[in-house]
Design a protein around this ligand. Sequence first.
Ligand SMILES: NC(=O)c1ccc[n+]([C@@H]2O[C@H](COP(=O)([O-])OP(=O)(O)OC[C@H]3O[C@@H](n4cnc5c(N)ncnc54)[C@H](O)[C@@H]3O)[C@@H](O)[C@H]2O)c1
Ligand SMILES: O=c1ccn([C@@H]2O[C@H](COP(=O)(O)OP(=O)(O)O[C@H]3O[C@H](CO)[C@@H](O)[C@H](O)[C@H]3O)[C@@H](O)[C@H]2O)c(=O)[nH]1
Length: 445
Amino acid sequence: MKITVLGTGYLGATHAASMAELGYEVLGVDVDPAKVDALSRGELPFHEPGLAELLREHVGSGRLRFTTSYEEAGAFGDVHFVGVGTPQRPGAFAADMRFVDAAVGSIAAAATKDCVIAGKSTVPVGSARRLADIARASARPGVDVQLVWNPEFLREGFAVADTLRPDRMVLGLDGADGARAEAVMRRVYARQLESGVPLIVTDYETAELVKVAANAFLATKISFINALSELTEVVGGDIRTLADAIGLDERIGRKFLNAGVGFGGGCLPKDIRALRARAAELGVEQSVRFLAEVDDVNTRRRGATVQAVTEMLGGSVVGKQVAVLGAAFKPDSDDVRDSPALDIAARLHSIGAEVAVYDPKANANAAKRYPRLDYVDSLEAAVTGAEVVVLLTEWAEFKAMTPAQLEPLVAVPQILDGRNVLDPQQWEAGGFTYRALGRRALPVA
Ligand SMILES: NC(=O)c1ccc[n+]([C@@H]2O[C@H](COP(=O)([O-])OP(=O)(O)OC[C@H]3O[C@@H](n4cnc5c(N)ncnc54)[C@H](O)[C@@H]3O)[C@@H](O)[C@H]2O)c1
Ligand SMILES: O=c1ccn([C@@H]2O[C@H](COP(=O)(O)OP(=O)(O)O[C@H]3O[C@H](CO)[C@@H](O)[C@H](O)[C@H]3O)[C@@H](O)[C@H]2O)c(=O)[nH]1
């Protein structure tokens, strides 16, 4: 069985290399020739632990190739995975479906043998049924093209492991017409299924909704704890202890209750907005209205961080040296899409602070987004002369730093822990003024 993966970004490149790892011959397709050239040389254009090695190995063996040609893909693939982007539509909350529509239409028209198109991109509910119509209408006479919806749940930073050993797989089918496609997909994923990965076979709409529901739930969990942070900041409580305590209840669970500067990335923010937009189109806006508050709580954390830094600097950031540790939206990624860290750094700069940013992997992407910030190559360079150090992405390097390491370098020993990952006692004993979002009462303006 031969596999193509349409779109070779974070999802597609990971999926393509993982399919090669499972033993398939794989062709990755992208409309970006620079990306295709880099991948064809075995060079990963972004940071993802373990993926560069997998890519090199399988490009080297010839099992994994890349192209810009849909014609080549249509002749090659028995299964075509669709992993192109569905970003937020400019000026709106809805998902931009242009790339998925184009990919499905192009591959259906190019297919010269019976095949299955497996949608992995995150899409508004109702898209699969519409795309199945596009596929049928575009297919050549005598070529059977079936569409399944097979959403992807990988996390950046753990993308390879999540692809090879997911918590579950979901397959949305076009009713009884989906029998051939189901059999093909069970063969593609045979190794995972044999190793016990649960497979949920359902209709298109449920499969599409499972994906956005999972992300909406995760976003809600984060905003829940961050909303409680606003309370602990006022009364002087400790949000980490609170999260530990409620998390011990197995019905609640401790995961995704880490309070701080909030969620970002290419998925959670845009996916909750797209769900709201789709619900409004369907006339059930009120059903997910709470997601507006989830989004607002999340955005407020960024403002609260800027406010806390301002207070630590005596009421004004103008001309003050601020060390920002982290630019990626999460550690072990160089992705800066909707990154709270970078947004906060830019906001501080826009109100007059001298901001030095250091991220172990994301400086280059951050510089493309906000070229006017000062990016430096080490933790030491960032904190030298700083009047406040602000930890915004919890890279291992930042979690491991000590007051003794920073104290000789900073101008004023104060630190804001935007991710609640440092030990307050250790930093206070080391001579630092320590503040954290939700963990200690922040100075009230
Ligand atoms: N990044 C993740 O962790 C993740 C996880 C699960 C689901 N998703 C979903 O997967 C989709 C892709 O996300 P991503 O983060 O990989 O995006 P990305 O922007 O990194 O990659 C998208 C790629 O698609 C390419 N592309 C655009 N139009 C194309 C076309 N017609 N044919 C071929 N290639 C085309 C782009 O050039 C780009 O390389 C989105 O719907 C996203 O919500 C992403
Ligand atoms: O307790 C927590 C956990 C996460 N975050 C933040 O939430 C964001 C998202 O984190 P995470 O979900 O780990 O990363 P993603 O790679 O964006 O993965 C999410 O989005 C993907 C794309 O849809 C899905 O496939 C994954 O299942 C889903 O976890 C990041 O900014 C994190 O810093 C917190 O603030 N507190």
